[in-house]
Design a protein around this ligand. Structure first.
Ligand SMILES: Nc1ncnc2c1ncn2[C@@H]1O[C@H](COP(=O)(O)OP(=O)(O)O)[C@@H](O)[C@H]1O
Ligand SMILES: [Mg+2]
Length: 395
């Protein structure tokens, strides 16, 4: 790890050998990992580090007959939505007919709003200005005749039967139907009828169209790992679903990206050791460098902002009774990078920490970890403040 005391010297050194071309469509071979080729592409006016392995995994999944639901999970801001949008807009060829919806920001409070969001009675095709391709059209989730829509609104028809029928029509036309829903947790508090929770009906439907009918692929995304954790256990989804993790970017990807932005090797090592592959934070550091500001200060600013969140949570939200177990989990994380989740931590703490994006719960591994690598340093600083950890000279 780079010692912060040397950093000023390193950052002041000019690095003329490392002149690199603009990021678009550049491919680098990483010396330490020559077998990994990382390419950078332009997507929505920003750089997209290509995520070769993850994209291949999802396209492979789509190439098979549907037999289970695919959950895409991972820490907040690891790039799940961006990657799925990239695949949808650039890589799903015309054999697929996709119904894709992102529920973020939509007002979904009751049955009526669910029907209005998922079913449209008019032909709306909104074309993005920049991209000419057909896939850039946003097609409303399901388009229906106005009379059918009325019957749905009046609960004379079952929305899940309608969706199944629409998917059948797509299949009969020779295409492969795919459903993609992002931010699925927004369906969680809606009731279909008194006792019927909409989210449960959705999952019964998803199981039917994948495992039983092999009719359509279903890809579900959520940034809310607390929600996924509860849903996974309650609905026993491991029998009918696969959970695929999209983690933060890897070392080779970060090196390639930062090289293209003219960072030198020492700066890159420093960023990797402190920030890891969290793309959102890397973007902030790139902006700092491009504005002539100190990388070190920006990294410390990020560490301190999470430190503030942890302090606030500890003093204001965690009840006294839970404080000892909370601190023991922080200690375990600071030592191992993650903490085993064996039920010793209260569900309230899990909920608070996950909803603040400080912790992330890994469905497959059954452990909790900081939502992004930099939070480890904030945790260490917090434990130092409470004199529970001796000061680490490296941060
Ligand atoms: N592969 C990538 N390369 C570069 N930046 C990325 C990449 N994936 C995501 N980002 C950036 O990171 C931020 C968070 O990504 P997002 O897809 O919203 O994460 P998530 O859906 O996992 O919460 C966005 O600003 C996005 O532009
Ligand atoms: Mg997202």
């Amino acid at each position: 790890m780079t010692n912060i005391n040397n950093l000023g010297n390193i950052l002041n050194k000019e690095n003329k050998e490392n002149e690199t071309p603009d990021f678009s469509n550049v491919t680098y071979h990483i010396m330490e990992q020559v077998d990994q080729v990382v390419s950078l592409e332009k997507f929505r006016d920003s750089v997209f580090v290509n995520r070769e392995e993850e994209r291949r995994y999802i396209l492979d999944h789509l190439s098979f007959v549907p037999h289970e639901i695919l959950f895409i999970y991972g820490p907040k801001s690891s790039g799940k939505t961006t990657m799925m949008d990239f695949i949808y807009e650039n890589e799903m060829d015309d054999i697929y007919e996709t119904r894709k919806i992102n529920l973020r920001g939509l007002l979904l409070s009751n049955y009526e709003s669910f029907i209005n969001i998922f079913f449209k009675d008019v032909l709306i095709k909104i074309k993005s200005d920049e991209v000419e391709e057909k896939r850039a059209y946003k097609i409303p989730f399901f388009q229906l005749d106005i009379k059918i829509k009325k019957k749905l609104e009046q609960k004379e028809l079952d929305p899940f039967e309608i969706m199944e029928y629409e998917l059948m029509k797509i299949k009969q036309s020779g295409k492969k139907p795919v459903i993609i829903i992002d931010e699925i947790q927004k369906l969680s508090d809606i009731y279909f009828e008194k006792e019927r929770k909409l989210i449960n009906e959705f999952f019964n439907f998803f199981i039917r169209i994948t495992k039983e009918l092999h009719l359509a692929h279903v890809i579900i995304l959520s940034s809310d790992s607390y929600f996924l954790h509860s849903l996974w256990d309650e609905a026993n989804l491991s029998a009918t679903s696969e959970a695929y993790k999209i983690n933060h970017l890897g070392y080779a990807e970060v090196v390639t990206w930062l090289h293209s932005k003219k960072f030198n090797d020492s700066e890159i090592e420093y960023i990797w050791n402190n920030i890891g592959g969290a793309s959102h934070q890397i973007t902030r550091i790139i902006h700092a460098k491009e504005s002539g500001r100190s990388i070190e200060k920006k990294v410390n600013f990020i560490i301190d902002s999470f430190l503030g969140d942890i302090r606030k949570t500890y003093y204001q939200k965690i009840i006294d009774h839970d404080k000892a177990s909370f601190l023991s989990v922080l200690k375990e994380m600071s030592e191992n990078g993650s903490a085993q989740y064996c039920g010793q931590i209260s569900i309230e703490i899990l909920e608070i920490m996950m909803h603040q994006d400080l912790w992330f719960y890994d469905l497959n591994m059954n452990f909790i970890e900081p939502n992004s690598p930099v939070i480890i340093f904030s945790i260490k600083k917090f434990l130092e403040e409470l004199s529970l950890l001796s000061k680490d000279p490296l941060i």
